[in-house]
Design a protein around this ligand. Structure first.
Ligand SMILES: *[C@@H]1O[C@H](CO)[C@@H](O)[C@H](O)[C@H]1NC(C)=O
Ligand SMILES: *[C@@H]1O[C@H](CO)[C@@H](O)[C@H](O)[C@H]1NC(C)=O
Ligand SMILES: *[C@@H]1O[C@H](CO)[C@@H](O)[C@H](O)[C@H]1NC(C)=O
Ligand SMILES: *[C@@H]1O[C@H](CO)[C@@H](O)[C@H](O)[C@H]1NC(C)=O
Length: 287
């Protein structure tokens, strides 16, 4: 039997308020400190958007604004331009566009969890400050396209709890610094879905020649609660920086590709809790 290393410290949204501009953290430990609770800034909440004029709102010097559970159906048209963290969780947004975010050049953390987003379009706007993006518990059936976008500082992305059934090639290639990716409770591996394609985590298309491919920087990947039957080397081989892999509650997960762990030289934590069909995995795999 293999050992089950249990969950890591969870990175709560509240903690993201402490996001700092420190040098890019190389490891998960450093990453957790990036979200230190101790540095939590003061959040503006209880703001009544309709009680202020657009100009008044734009002139506010607020940096941290919480507008969750406000029945908002669209991204607010008037917000302070200096925002660094914006919580729009538990509203009813259906579309997010990069054009809206580009109006906030200092925005580092954005939460849109528990909305009704069906579409995220990055566009070509500069989104260079965004580091933390929570899109969990929405209605996205596909990943935001990386075709025209380049979010050069995005480090933390959660798409958990969306009806995504396919990860297409180069899906994360516009996030050259991505370290944390949460795809848990998506529909990956469900019947008729495309699952995770071979070049899903590749950063460019130099197929085959893995020695010269740009390297994925993903450090933590959560696939818990998905329907995948197998963890395949053909997509895992691009995850050269992966340290922590979460495969909990995957009822259909039966096997790992034979040389999987040779492709994951930095892997230190593997969480397979309650993935019961895995009982037949040979321990030699872990040598
Ligand atoms: C991924 O997201 C789910 C749902 O939000 C959460 O419960 C889980 O802890 C997250 N995974 C990690 C590794 O933080
Ligand atoms: C917000 O402000 C408007 C205009 O001042 C007022 O009519 C409305 O009742 C306020 N809403 C809440 C929830 O306080
Ligand atoms: C908003 O700021 C601008 C420029 O700083 C200033 O000219 C304007 O009077 C301000 N408006 C309000 C309503 O405070
Ligand atoms: C949202 O607001 C409503 C009415 O103010 C309240 O009843 C409900 O508990 C709130 N939901 C959350 C998730 O905060």
């Amino acid at each position: 039997m293999f050992s089950l290393l249990l969950a890591l410290s969870l990175l709560a949204w509240e903690a993201a308020a402490g996001l700092t501009d420190r040098a890019a953290p190389a490891a998960l430990g450093d990453f957790t400190t990036l979200f230190q609770l101790a540095q939590q800034d003061h959040w503006e909440n209880d703001v009544n958007l309709t009680s202020m004029s657009c100009e008044d709102l734009r002139n506010k010097t607020w940096t941290h604004l919480q507008l969750n559970n406000n029945s908002l159906q669209a991204f607010p048209a008037c917000l302070p331009g200096g925002l660094e963290a914006l919580d729009l969780g538990a509203n009813q947004l259906t579309v997010l566009s990069g054009v809206e975010i580009a109006n906030f050049p200092k925005l580092r953390a954005l939460s849109l969890r528990h909305n009704c987003l069906q579409e995220v379009a990055w566009g070509t706007g500069a989104l260079s400050s965004l580091q933390f993006l929570d899109l969990s518990a929405n209605k996205l059936s596909s990943l935001p396209s990386c075709h025209t976008a380049h979010l050069q500082n995005l480090k933390w992305l959660s798409l958990a709890g969306n009806p995504i059934s396919e990860v297409q090639p180069l899906a994360f290639s516009c996030y050259p610094q991505l370290q944390f990716l949460n795809l848990s409770a998506t529909l990956l591996g469900r019947e008729n879905g495309g699952g995770i394609s071979a070049l899903a985590f590749a950063m460019n298309v130099l197929k085959g020649d893995t020695g010269h491919r740009a390297r994925s920087t993903i450090d933590v990947l959560d696939l818990s609660g998905t329907f995948l039957e197998k963890i395949q080397q053909e997509w895992a081989q691009d995850l050269v920086s992966l340290r922590s892999l979460h495969l909990a509650r995957m009822a259909q997960l039966r096997s790992f590709d034979a040389d999987l762990f040779k492709s994951l030289p930095k892997l230190r934590e593997l969480n397979c809790q309650d993935s019961r069909a895995l009982s037949g995995v040979r321990t030699e795999l872990f040598d």
